[in-house]
Design a protein around this ligand. Structure first.
Ligand code: ADP
Length: 756
């Protein structure tokens, strides 16, 4: 008799077990033969043979007979019955057992047992139907004859403990034992089902991922092939991948661009964010991220270029050359920020362009006129619908370089409202301490602006916020005299206009007289913008005549201007024909340069009130009050006039309210003239602020005002003594045509005009 200890199995009678020989060392050791009897005893714990003691075994086991012993080591044992173990004796070499048979309580018929078995077996088969491999084991299962065999075969895998397995073995009642086995088997099926469902789900999700990856790979490969065949429509993703790779972006920008590229890949071409992501990548990869090296500056070449492109502007050019020289010495690409101030059309922007040309650098113009929102400078955050980069970065992109000469046009036209202050954003752009890492909200990554040479332009400095103005160096563009304008037209504007119209020099002749007339009769400006427009119109009209074949060459004289320009001469404010008491000519500064204006004062019947008309600001109104007080003080005997009448003063709309004070002496003179009844000759004009004591104080915009005086036909101009220094700025041509009289006190004006 061979005693075989086992663990974690359900060994019941009537079942054939197949084992490897090694598994049952005892059988090998005993050199057991077919037909030998075997006793199975069940271990409570999984123990080695050496450690086993009597108490490690359950008291119920089974008996069997060896049916087969293969050469290749397989043993077949058929169990015959259950036993109650009386004693177990364990020595290192041997285990001996005494036992008595333990019969079942036969409380179930064979048919009932068979029916129960078949039910469980069908459940197993049904479960297996869901699997392809189920077919393979189906035949094997069909060989099972009893629930005991089924339980025994699956026993190692059953989801019950060793103790529960023993419980099945030890159960004497067949009904109860069948119930326990049934339960264990159904549980087994359930566990398998859940396990396999989970597995299946997992497999499915894995499959999906793998499939997706595989499809993406395939698409990539196919796309690459397509791209190679048609390089002209390389896909967006590939294009950007390449661009990001080739670009010299800083790390932050690269990381951001790659992030967006990934999102774009996931989004797919039909995704609703695709366009936005495309625009972003298009923008950042369109920027030049490479830092340009400093290239040597040829100062005399720069001088020549500035000279060639612009006539006159001596002081401006001088200052620009100084700036370039400093940059050349420092070997720096940027320097102090220049602010060009002057009337429109005086060449501010185009000088900026020439500076870029002189430095062999790219040029970008950014117009700031009307910018109210900080986001227009610094960009919108990308969370906004329709977000866009700010104008500065947009300018950089257009220039295609990281070190362009950037003209910020019309910074005096910046305004601010609830959506932030664009001026403070601009400060950040211009501040050399901060602009090396300027972060546009849209880009969300820093960009180095420290090599950009900024030049700003403005019509006047009055509206530029103080902190911004402090950062800049103001260069005045005073406007051109008539003869300068003729030169500019001759040398630059006319040849350019003719060239764009495709005309040869022999096709069109414009006489000097015609140019003069154009300047004085058809335009009224400090700059040359209007003149340029006139010349363009003139060339277009001439072009029609040439094409129609009327003439081979067209010549323009002053008389023909009306026809060529197809407009009437402008009605300039010219000096008055008659001298009228109470009417005096003043000089005003306007956005378009200078102009003359007539201040008119009359007494009307009334009760000593002052009526003021014209669009006047508070400053202007105050200076009228001062003028009245001065005149009252000077002519105490005439005080009655002011009491019995209303004084009506009219200042024409052409004057700008802020420029009010400079009309001070004109108002005083007009009221004095009215009071005394002595008219001032129309060829006199004046400008200056007055204090209550009659002291004449300095004013701004003298060159423009004097130019306007010449244009209007004025002969004599009174200016504040303190403005004499500014005469240096005034063109000789203008000074020659005028009798300029500096005055300290308003009384001097009254004396010289014959009022006093
Ligand atoms: P601003 O910026 O001051 O309004 P622009 O620079 O736009 O004026 O000048 C208007 C036009 O007049 C441009 O075509 C410019 O070339 C031309 N222009 C202005 N000043 C000169 C000058 N001194 N010499 C030649 N062309 C000039």
């Amino acid at each position: 008799m061979v005693v075989v200890p086992f663990y974690n199995l359900v060994i019941l009678p009537g079942v054939t077990f197949y084992f490897q020989k090694e598994y049952f060392r005892e059988i090998v050791k005993r050199e057991a033969q077919v037909g030998d009897e075997v006793v199975f005893i069940m271990l409570k714990d999984d123990k080695n043979r050496e450690e086993m003691t009597e108490s490690d075994f359950y008291p119920i086991g089974a008996t069997g007979v060896i049916e087969r012993l293969d050469k290749d080591g397989n043993i077949g044992i058929r169990t015959t019955g259950r036993i109650s173990i009386d004693t177990i004796e364990i020595t290192p070499d041997d285990i001996t057992v005494t036992a008595t048979d333990r019969p079942d309580v036969e409380d179930m018929t064979d048919e009932e047992q068979q029916a129960c078995f078949e039910e469980v077996r069908d459940a197993v088969l049904q479960f297996l139907q869901g699997y392809q491999w189920g077919i393979l084991v189906k035949n094997y299962i069909m060989q099972w004859k009893s629930l005991g065999e089924m339980t025994a075969t699956l026993s190692y895998h059953l989801n019950i403990s060793n103790e529960e397995k023993y419980e099945i073995i030890s159960e004497d009642s067949i009904v109860h034992r069948m119930k326990l086995m049934e339960k264990a088997l159904y549980e087994y099926i359930e566990v398998q089902r859940i396990g396999s469902e989970a597995q299946k789900e997992q497999a499915e999700s894995h499959e999906q991922i793998y499939r997706e990856e595989a499809i993406k790979k395939q698409i990539e490969i196919l796309q690459k092939r397509l791209d190679d065949m048609h390089p002209e429509n390389v896909s967006d993703i590939r294009k950007f991948e390449q661009k990001i790779h080739d670009s010299a972006m800083n790390e932050e920008a690269r990381a951001e661009a790659e992030k967006i590229l990934n999102r774009m890949k996931q989004e797919g071409q039909n995704g609703h964010e695709y366009g936005m992501l495309y625009d972003y990548l298009d923008f950042v990869t369109g920027l030049c991220w490479e830092k340009a090296d400093f290239s040597e500056i040829d100062l005399s070449e720069a001088e020549n270029i500035l000279e060639e492109d612009h006539f006159g502007l001596k002081k401006v050019k001088q200052r620009v050359i100084q700036q370039i020289a400093v940059m050349a010495l420092n070997k720096k690409q940027s320097g102090s920020i220049l602010l060009f101030v002057g009337a429109p059309g005086t060449g501010k922007t185009s000088i900026g362009q020439s500076i870029a040309k002189a430095l062999h650098r790219k040029y970008a113009r950014v117009s700031l006129g009307g910018v109210r929102d900080e986001a227009e400078i610094r960009g919108h955050r990308r969370t906004y619908v329709g977000a866009m980069p700010g104008r500065i970065m947009e300018g950089i992109r257009r220039s295609g370089a990281s070190n362009p000469v950037m003209v910020l046009d019309e910074i005096d036209k910046l305004s601010h409202d609830y959506s932030g202050d664009p001026a403070s954003a601009l400060l950040e752009v211009l501040d050399p301490e901060q602009n090396s890492a300027f972060t546009d909200h849209y880009m969300n990554v820093p960009y180095d602006l420290s090599d950009v040479l900024f030049i700003c332009t403005a019509n006047s400095v009055d509206t530029i916020p103080e902190p911004l103005l402090n950062r800049m160096e103001v260069i005045q563009f005073p406007g051109y005299t008539e003869s300068e304008k003729v030169q500019i037209a001759r040398r630059h504007l006319l040849p350019k206009a003719m060239e764009t119209m495709g005309m040869k020099a022999s096709n069109l002749k414009v006489s000097d007289a015609a140019l003069h007339s154009m300047i004085s009769d058809y335009t009224m400006e400090a700059g040359v913008r209007g003149l340029k427009k006139c010349l363009d119109t003139l060339c277009r009209t001439a072009a029609v005549k040439l094409v129609k074949g009327e003439k081979k060459s067209v010549s323009v004289t002053p008389k023909k201007l009306k026809e060529f320009l197809d407009s009437r001469p402008i009605q300039h404010d010219r000096i008055l024909k008659d001298a009228i008491p109470g009417v005096v000519t003043g000089l005003a500064w306007t956005q378009a340069g200078g102009d003359i204006l007539f201040i008119e004062a009359v007494f009307t019947e009334g009760k000593g009130q002052t009526v003021i008309t014209g669009q006047l600001g508070d400053v202007m109104k105050e200076s009228i009050q001062i003028a009245i007080s001065i005149v009252k003080g000077m002519y105490p005997k005439k005080a009655e006039l002011f009491e019995k009448n209303d004084l009506h003063i009219h200042v024409p709309a052409g004057a700008i309210p802020k420029d009010g004070p400079s009309a001070g002496i004109t108002m005083t003179t007009a009221i004095a003239s009215l009071v005394t009844g002595k008219a001032v000759a129309p060829e006199y004009a004046m400008t200056g602020e007055v204090s209550l004591r009659g002291v004449v104080m300095p004013i701004g915009g003298l060159p423009e005002k004097l130019m306007a005086a010449v244009r209007a036909g004025i002969r004599t101009v009174f200016i504040p003594q303190e403005n004499v220094e500014d005469l240096e700025e005034v063109a000789e041509e203008v000074k020659e045509k005028l009798n300029i009289i500096p005055v300290h006190k308003v009384q001097e004006v009254l004396k010289q005009t014959g009022i006093k």
